[in-house]
Ligand binder design. Structure first.
Ligand code: NAD
Length: 487
């Protein structure tokens, strides 16, 4: 057993026009470690003034050296940012773990390498982006060319802080935009370090700006209302998406939304149950279940339902919940007191709705501090229970038996969400047939969270607007102009 002891937290300042700065009024808020409930440091609390200052810097930078750089030069800077993230991987993984409560081993394996890869991927991708050209008989040729959208506001959630920020920032910078970033208030640290990295990699002053703070009537609200912000890239809850859309409507901003999910994990009896259970452990409880893609509604064909519950519960009870900095921890702490209380309230709702708690549902023994919850399996819930219908976003899954393919498709689609789905079957025809009927932006067959960054990523229904990944990201972060030349 190894425990990480080198704990170095940082006080987080804004980063505006290439400088780390305090708020004008010196206001700060505390950053709490969710695993210990101790104060990690302070965070500058920005508002309208800081956002005005950051947007003005970003607007000026659109016409500065950034605009004159060739694609190859911008690609080189993106690659350098990716390299520097990897050079500081250990430090970034530690900060991510301290901020979010996730196991540091997970941050080291997934969050930070993927953050670097987001930059490496788009460093390559932007150099191969072409445009369309059409010859219209002998009358004309038409061709299109891309230009940046302008100042992009990037507003972020707390669950995969650096991974999700870089997923948006890399293509935005690659296409020549400038950015004003607002990280989630609970997880400000890695975004702050990324600003140091951008500066070191040669990003000109004003191109990337970061303002810490909260949502409405704070930094988040000020970005969405600002008339000089041309586009908003938002990841978070659907209700926040509604508020942002209303605020952004006055200046008709371009919007990209990646929102919540209540994703079905459908297990047919002909699937390989060993593989199903290995992956379902991850798709249910990785990152404390705080991943928008987690398969929180598990549907199992009735003939294998009892066996599944027994084997799945056995494996879930073996998961180690505890100190995120200790090697071997599978499940860390939930991100904050507020979120912990919210997730626990769903366990009360489940009890009131007559659920049986197969395992979990309480604070692990021996952990008196920190926002820890045992991984929880709920069964016996009606399809109208709030635990089946609403996103819990914690280590809580429901399991429901089904008899017929049509029945499970209907249940899987009976939700406002449409982010992802997983189907387990060895019947190829059924895999395609069911996948085509599931209302989800991403459907995995016999796997989960297997990503290729060239593919479209995003949600249907209340799970998002638009797609990102590969060409879809390029399309969002650029404006296409068509030029027609009469022959
Ligand atoms: P949230 O919507 O509460 O907050 C997200 C961000 O928006 C935060 O930075 C917050 O300060 C800011 N914000 C809040 N209100 C605002 C307002 N009125 N104006 C401007 N900014 C505002 O979401 P969260 O709790 O941080 O994140 C969890 C949610 O994110 C879950 O629903 C999860 O499924 C979703 N999520 C989706 C994806 C995806 O790719 N689809 C990925 C990760 C998380």
């Amino acid at each position: 057993m190894q425990t990480v002891t080198k704990v170095k937290a940082i006080n987080c300042l804004h980063f505006i026009n290439g400088q780390f700065v305090e708020s004008q009024n010196k206001k700060t808020f505390e950053n709490i470690n969710p695993a210990t409930e101790e104060v990690l440091g302070t965070v500058a609390e920005g508002g309208k003034e800081e956002v005005d200052y950051a947007v003005a810097a970003a607007k000026r930078a659109l016409d500065g050296p950034w605009k004159k750089m060739t694609l190859a030069e911008r690609s080189k800077i993106l690659r350098r940012i990716g390299d520097l993230i990897l050079e500081r991987q250990e430090e970034l993984a530690l900060l991510e773990s301290l901020d979010t409560g996730k196991p540091v081993s997970l941050a080291n394996k997934i969050d930070i390498p993927r953050a670097a890869y987001n930059f490496h991927f788009f460093a390559d991708y932007i150099t191969s982006v072409g445009t369309e050209a059409y010859q219209q008989d002998n009358q004309a040729i038409h061709y299109s060319y891309r230009r940046p959208v302008g100042v992009v506001g990037i507003i972020k959630p707390w669950n995969l802080p650096l991974l999700l920020l870089t997923w948006k920032l890399a293509p935005a910078l690659g296409m020549g935009n400038t950015a004003v970033i607002k990280p989630a208030e609970w997880t400000p640290m890695t975004a702050t370090v990324l600003m140091e990295i951008c500066k070191e990699a040669g990003v000109p002053d004003g191109v990337v700006n970061l303002v810490h703070g909260f949502g409405p009537n704070s930094a988040g609200g000020a970005i969405t209302e600002h008339p000089d912000v041309d586009a908003i890239s938002f990841i978070g809850e659907p209700s926040t998406g509604t508020a942002i859309m209303k605020a952004a409507a006055n200046s008709l901003k371009k919007l990209s939304y990646e929102l919540g999910g209540k994703n079905p994990n459908i297990i047919f009896a002909d699937s390989n149950l060993d593989e199903v259970i290995d992956t379902t452990i991850r798709s249910s409880f990785v990152n404390q279940g705080e991943v928008c893609l987690c398969g929180s509604r598990i549907y199992v064909e009735r003939t294998i339902y009892e066996e599944f519950i027994q084997r799945f519960a056995e494996r879930v009870r073996e998961l180690k919940v505890g100190d995120p900095l200790t090697d071997g921890t599978d499940v860390g702490a939930l991100v904050s007191k507020e979120h912990y209380d919210r997730v626990n309230s769903y366990i009360d709702i489940a009890k009131n709705d007559g659920a049986t708690i197969v395992t979990g549902g309480k604070r692990p023994e021996g952990l008196s501090k920190g926002y820890f919850l045992e991984p929880t399996i709920l069964i016996g819930l009606d399809r109208n229970s709030r635990c089946i219908r609403e996103e819990i976003f914690g280590p809580v899954v429901t399991v429901t038996p089904f008899d017929m393919e049509e029945e499970v498709i209907m249940q899987a689609n009976d939700t406002h969400y449409g982010l992802s789905a997983t189907i387990w079957t060895n019947d190829l025809k059924r895999a395609h047939r069911v996948a085509h009927q599931i209302e989800a932006g991403i459907t995995w067959v016999n796997t989960w969270f297997l990503r290729d960054l060239r593919t479209p990523f995003g949600g249907m229904k209340h799970s998002g607007i638009g797609r990102t990944g590969g060409m879809h990201s390029i399309d969002f972060y650029s404006e296409l102009s068509n030029i027609t030349i009469k022959l």
